[in-house]
Write a protein of this length. Sequence first.
Length: 239
Amino acid sequence: MDAPLFNPTVVKAAFRDVTWMHVSQSAVRVATSVTRTLLTEIIEGARAAAAEEGLTVLQPRHLVTAIDRNVEVDVANEWYGHSPTFRALTGDVASPAAQPGMSGRAHRRKPSAVANAHRFEPGVKRLLRSQGVRAVPSLVRELVGVASVFMMRLARSAAMVVREGGIRRYGTVILTMPGEPLPPPSQENPLRGAPPREGDRRTIGGNDVLDATRIELFGDIRQRALTEAREAKQTHASA
């Protein structure tokens, strides 16, 4: 069985930044798998953009291109305000003191996932090596920020699932080109037949993170992330 992308203590620490709830080992494995799937998709898109320029080392602009081309992986809005790459694109030159987490009041609060993004760096570097990809340090930092923010979003949504006793709301997004007719409505209702949530209201389990994935992702990347996370969960359970 492959080693986990992120150290379990790193994942639990990221969850603790946004929720007081206990995080099960199953939840850690699912969150790690889903984040790996997302990052792999982004890296593949960036690699394709670099190849078009005849380059083998990924640059930050290749990340921007990958996200522009695939709206399904555009999931780290909270990171863009902290990112030198994305702030440069919008002309935002705000000083660090104006950023969240830098005021005197914010310093007294628990650090945000973005503030602690560096803890995801070893896992991101390991993923790049496993994919045979080289990247400049600034691109690595961007991926680290995306990983941190996405994990934070998973934690928030998983905590919401626990509080509400299951999924109460999330929609379906259908992507079409201008002028194309809408496809016929799917007969699959993601809420139909969903069993009530099991477990207490103090612990985030693996199924809660799977539900959080349904909230945070959509389209093909969501289905792939769910499939791979279930496989990781079952593999560990049978090991």
